[in-house]
Design a protein around this ligand. Structure first.
Ligand code: TTP
Ligand code: MG
Ligand code: MG
Length: 381
């Protein structure tokens, strides 16, 4: 079979993805021996409108999964034990895990409390195999935290993440470069990074169900249907994912800006652009689990003069509505009163960041925790 991989062999990277098994539930089972071997569910109140954050593998046999309502989980498994999240315990275990990972390379990118990518290309240059590192990591995690992790090893993030999921729980799976395409081919497209339920439906109307179908689709068709994302689909269908592993840094702000092909004069149109950017930022904040107190807009006039106007909330915000609310006022303050504005660039950003747990004592912030717990992860199964 011809090698369709276009990532040149010389540039092949070695990526490991580590993901803890049933993380919150596993911490609970570790700390409460009576929960071991039991269907344990961590999340909200089954008597109220709570949702399942996660559950033990014993509970998964009953069809329970993350983001399901707790009430539904209880009806599927009445004997299940429901527990409220103890974020401090999960954060502690997470810190221990991330410290272990840091011993192998500084190129560690945490994705959430329970998972991270590592780029071990350099670490393996002296002949040690990436799979050996993955084995050792799993062993160390078990020794130090009493919890199990699954790991995937491959040549990019996309495949490493699919690989860690493949032998869950407590598994290790390697997808070497020559197996990448065969591994991908039969997978339903929904397994791919960035392909959510709506996209799955749209692809299915085009007769695309598996990754092989996606690979057989014309590049132009995908771009016509999905724009830039179509190009991403085209590449990942071929096992190409060039995203680097980005070590964590403290994020100071989350923002978006747009330069317009033609200057804009109509404040209403400006506002619409600002609102669109604010909703993208809101989605991004939810994904990365941050909220911020300060909303700023940036306005660049046709003569390149650039000004910013900011509003600082008492509490950190992240919801679209909250980000959008202050935009008309900020724009009003940025535009000249006497002359017609002509604008070439607009931007919105949120700063003064807080982690949700840091602000969880503020009323309303628990909702963010809930938003993040549910939305950021999507529903994988
Ligand atoms: P995951 O790694 O997605 O799930 P998991 O570790 O519970 O189980 P798996 O063995 O399949 O990896 O998420 C990590 C933690 O994040 C999970 O323990 C609880 C939390 N979480 C939520 O709060 N809501 C969600 O919708 C998901 C998916 C996870
Ligand atoms: Mg996990
Ligand atoms: Mg995870």
């Amino acid at each position: 079979m011809p090698n369709l991989l276009t990532e040149p062999i010389a540039k092949l990277r070695k990526i490991i993805h580590v993901d803890m098994d049933a993380f919150f539930a596993a911490v609970e089972q570790r700390d409460h021996s009576e929960l071991q071997g039991q269907p344990a569910i961590v999340g909200g109140d089954p008597a109220g409108r709570g949702v399942v954050a996660t559950c033990s593998y014993e509970a998964r046999r009953f069809g329970i999964h993350s983001a399901m309502t707790a009430a539904r989980a209880r009806s599927l498994c009445p004997q299940a034990i429901f527990l409220r999240p103890r974020m401090e315990a999960y954060r502690k275990a997470s810190r221990q895990v991330m410290e272990i990972l840091q011993k192998y390379t500084p190129l560690v990118e945490p994705l959430s409390l329970d998972e991270a990518f590592l780029d071990v290309t350099v670490a393996t240059a002296d002949g040690i195999l990436a799979v050996q590192i993955a084995r050792e990591i799993r062993w160390c995690i078990q020794q130090e935290t009493g919890l199990t992790a699954s790991a995937g090893v491959s040549y990019n993030k996309l495949l490493a993440k699919l690989a860690s999921d493949w032998r869950k729980p407590n598994g290790l799976f390697v997808i070497p470069p020559e197996k990448g395409l065969d591994f991908l081919s039969p997978l339903p497209v929904g397994k791919l990074h960035g392909v959510g339920p709506a996209t799955v439906r749209k692809l299915s109307t085009l007769g695309i169900h598996t990754v092989l179908d996606l690979r057989n689709a014309e590049r132009e068709t995908l771009i016509a249907q999905f724009g830039k994302t179509g190009l991403w689909f085209y590449e990942i269908a071929r096992g190409i994912d060039k995203r680097p592993v980005q070590p964590s840094r403290q994020r100071k702000s989350v923002g978006a800006e747009r330069t317009f092909p033609q200057n804009i004069n109509d404040p209403q149109i400006m506002l619409t652009h600002l609102q669109e950017m604010a909703s993208q930022i809101s989605a991004r904040l939810i994904t990365i689990g941050l909220a911020g107190r300060t909303i700023s807009i940036k306005v660049r006039f046709s003569d390149f003069e650039t000004i910013t106007r900011a509003y600082t909330h008492v509490q950190a915000v992240w919801r679209k509505e909250d980000l959008i609310a202050c935009l008309p006022d900020l724009l009003g303050k940025a535009l000249p009163v006497e002359s017609q504005p002509s604008i070439r660039l607009l931007g919105v950003s949120v700063s003064g960041m807080l982690r949700p747990e840091e602000s969880a004592t503020n009323t309303g912030q628990m909702d963010l925790l809930e938003d993040i717990l549910v939305k950021s992860h999507g529903v994988r199964r």
